[in-house]
Design a protein around this ligand. Structure first.
Ligand code: GLY
Ligand code: MN
Length: 387
């Protein structure tokens, strides 16, 4: 298998978070748990029920699905079932595991009773109204309180371990794209090209695409989140690819245009505007800058060129275990950028009936400014394939 430019790395079972530190968790996990417990103490809760899978993975390294984690001042309980015995052993051997025989929520109720939890903090965004009502009905002696966004806040800043994994997710996506571009021929459908790109990512170690790959030919790209279909690529087509790899549980997210043979004249102008806006947006990324000001740095270029109403979404978003996570790099947010945030910068111009252009990079906020982690060429000439 050809894996040009990509060193061997994380496969689907790899989980660097789970490296043990003697009998305890890894130093990374121990640090996260300590920070989480500090927030819990402030909230006055006796235990924290983590029901969001990426959040409990982040806090413990446990990758089993349909489970929950309960964090108390001294212990971590993994509430799961026998499907995940291997993960328990490999990833969280240091924690207490509770293998449920019945329903997960009944195991939560039982754990609260046994541990005598008086006040249980729950994740309001990750517990349904029905489950909340069920807990209230079944729990005796345990009061439910809404947890502050403890893990969401922690996950906004990426540590070195996370940046290293995300670099791999970016490398995998970029190398897969280069190979896919070499194979583009008139007559292929959007679905075939999307499948090829996803295949090439998996060949290089991606466990899955980070999200359903967008491949949109011609006017289909006027929809920012177009679904690939049976439209065929022709000579003179413009094709928008928005794709990413999931590697070691983390996502990359890129968008590039491809022009088959030549650039349609109308899109040449639009591409130049979008690229100028994208470069201005990236340049504006630095600590202390407000999200809305970074958005405006890119948006003002597009407005000045007369396409302001054709850029219909925010400039970007945080990226990590989820493809979309905090912070939101948008005109709506007055929050400031902080070193360690990793965001996408992705202006787009969408012309119904004609086509769409978007260019997206993944950018790390550093102490002095930023580092663009994605490296694929953005020049219009570089985007022409199959000459
Ligand atoms: N890559 C998909 C999105 O950012 O919405
Ligand atoms: Mn994106």
């Amino acid at each position: 298998m050809r894996t040009a430019g990509v060193s061997p790395g994380f496969g689907w079972t790899d989980n660097v978070m789970s490296k043990r530190n003697g009998r305890g968790p890894s130093a990374v996990i121990a640090g996260r748990l300590a920070q989480c417990r500090r927030s819990l103490r402030k909230a006055g809760a006796g235990a924290f029920l983590v029901t969001n899978e990426p959040d409990y993975f982040y806090l413990t390294g446990f990758s089993g699905e349909e489970s929950a984690v309960m964090i108390t001042p001294r212990e971590v309980h993994i509430l799961t079932d026998a499907r995940f015995l291997e993960e328990i052993k490999d990833e969280v051997g240091w924690a207490r595991s509770r293998l449920r025989k019945g329903f997960l929520n009944d195991e939560v109720v039982k754990a609260c009773e046994e541990l005598k939890v008086k006040k249980l903090a729950v994740q309001s965004k990750h517990l349904s109204v029905g489950e909340h009502a069920e807990f209230r009905r079944k729990m005796r002696g345990t009061r439910l309180v809404l947890a502050p966004p403890i893990v969401e806040t922690m996950r906004r800043l990426k540590d070195e371990t996370e940046v290293a994994i995300m670099r791999r997710a970016i490398d995998v996506a970029e190398e897969a794209f280069k190979t896919t571009c070499k194979s583009i021929r008139p007559g292929q459908t959007e679905l075939e090209l999307a499948a090829r790109l996803e295949y090439e990512m998996k060949c290089r170690g991606a466990s899955s695409p980070a999200f359903p790959t967008i491949c949109a030919e011609g006017a289909n790209a006027a929809a920012p989140h177009a679904r690939p279909g049976k439209r065929k690529v022709k000579r003179g087509s413009s094709v928008l690819f928005d794709w990413g790899a999931r590697v070691g549980h983390y996502c990359s997210d890129l968008t590039r245009m491809v022009f088959v043979g030549s650039i349609p004249p109308r899109l040449r102008e639009v591409y130049a505007v979008c690229l100028e806006a994208q470069l201005a947006g990236v340049e504006a990324v630095r600590p202390g800058r407000r999200m809305c000001d970074v958005d405006e740095a890119a948006r003002s270029v597009i407005k000045k060129a007369g396409y302001g109403d054709k850029f219909t979404h925010g400039l970007g978003h945080g990226l990590g275990l989820n493809v979309h996570e905090a912070p939101s790099l948008s005109w709506r947010s007055k929050e400031e950028l902080v070193p360690g945030m990793l965001v996408t910068v992705e202006p787009g111009i969408y012309l119904p009936g004609v086509g769409g252009v978007r260019i997206e990079d993944d950018v790390l906020v550093t102490a002095r400014g930023h580092r663009v982690l994605t490296r694929l060429d953005k020049s219009p000439e570089g985007a022409v394939v199959g000459r």
